[in-house]
Design a protein around this ligand. Structure first.
Ligand code: COA
Length: 315
């Protein structure tokens, strides 16, 4: 399926910034990660995408490769991120066939909605294993290659002739910031993912590596939105109202944030979290009562009764 470039990349980036660089991405055939990889490849890079489903992963790779003539994208299916040896073999194959492994995205995740009452210990463990242990396994598999890349493409703060390399990105969520029912398993797992990223930033920063977390909010037309929210128009309208920007995000906005963190523009960003959610998680406590529904009350221009008028104050 050919995807128009404006759907996965803003026109602000320079072509060729990732030429001869290689991205390794778990969950790379998914609706968000595939666009991050697509953007990277469009800007000159090559990639390996990793997934459990062989057909989906191979098809996804072939499709991404069409974005740029000469692009090499390998789909390595049949790999479960819970299996560290399989991941190590995939990283080795990626570096061998494409010449290096300069960037990595730990994107593979498992999720479903379930209250604790319906969440067996094994269900909890399954998501912890895929998200948290899987991200750790991914980091372990790619870090030796990222260290090598960081040696060759030094992170000095000034423009390097060979560009950037040695960057790691973890995909997370905001559930554990605000508290979220039906997501005990994922909130716990993503909290662990965040800490793994911070540990990489601290322990591998001295080698020139950056590690950051990219946290998507509600992004339109993604598997996550289909799995985790009701998509009927009324529910969507109600959900959108909780986003300060009053709209869902586009996959392009996640891809753009990825390019920023991987490019020279993101060289001094390390051990951080970039939440791309239109401000959604900040509104967790927004509607204090029926009388002050967010954002209707603000947009209505009505005043809160009993507040001393600002006009009357000296400020
Ligand atoms: N509600 C409650 N428990 C559930 C569940 C649900 N919707 N789906 C699975 N489980 C439980 C199973 O019952 C099992 O527990 P049990 O042994 O006590 O019965 C446990 O989780 C493992 O399920 P299983 O199907 O064997 O795991 P899996 O490794 O094959 O699949 C999942 C992993 C469950 C995360 C599956 O949803 C998946 O593969 N997801 C991948 C894609 C994805 O989630 N992407 C996220 C995009 S936001």
């Amino acid at each position: 399926m050919s995807v128009p470039r404006e759907r996965y990349l803003s026109p602000v980036w320079r072509d060729g910034i990732f030429t001869s660089k290689v991205l390794f991405c778990t969950g790379g055939a998914g609706s968000i990660c595939s666009m991050q990889v697509r953007a990277f490849v469009a800007l000159g890079g090559n990639a390996c995408i990793i997934g459990r489903n062989v057909e989906k992963t191979e098809k996804g790779a072939a499709d991404i490769a069409t974005v740029r003539p000469g692009a090499k994208v390998i789909g390595i299916g049949g790999i479960d991120v819970r299996d560290p040896k399989a991941l190590q073999a995939a990283a080795e194959r990626c570096a061998k066939e494409l010449g290096s492994l300069d960037f990595a995205i730990a994107g593979a995740a498992g999720n479903f909605l379930a209250p604790m009452a319906q969440l067996s210990p094994n269900a909890f463990k399954t998501v912890m294993d895929i998200d948290a242990l899987g991200s750790y396994n991914t980091a372990k598999a790619v870090l030796p290659y990222l260290v090598e890349s960081a040696k060759q493409h030094k992170n000095t703060g000034s423009t390097q002739p060979t560009g950037t390399g040695g960057r790691m990105l973890f995909i997370s969520a905001t559930f554990h910031y605000k508290g979220q029912p039906l997501q005990a398993h994922v909130a716990a797992a993503k909290a662990a993912v965040d800490q793994i990223s911070h540990a990489v930033a601290i322990e591998y920063g001295p080698y020139g590596i950056t590690s950051n977390i990219l946290t998507p909010g509600p992004i339109a037309n993604t598997e996550g939105m289909e799995r985790l929210s009701k998509t009927d128009p009324e529910s969507s309208k109600a959900e959108m109202k909780k986003v300060p920007l009053q709209r869902y995000g586009e996959v392009k906005e996640i891809a753009d944030a990825t390019v920023y963190l991987f490019s020279e523009a993101g060289s001094y960003v390390n051990g951080n979290t970039l939440v791309v959610d239109g401000g959604q998680w900040r509104t967790a406590g927004a509607s204090m009562s029926h009388a002050w529904q967010y954002p209707d009350f603000l947009l209505s221009g009505a005043a809160v009764e009993g507040v001393k008028s600002a006009k009357g104050s000296k400020l």
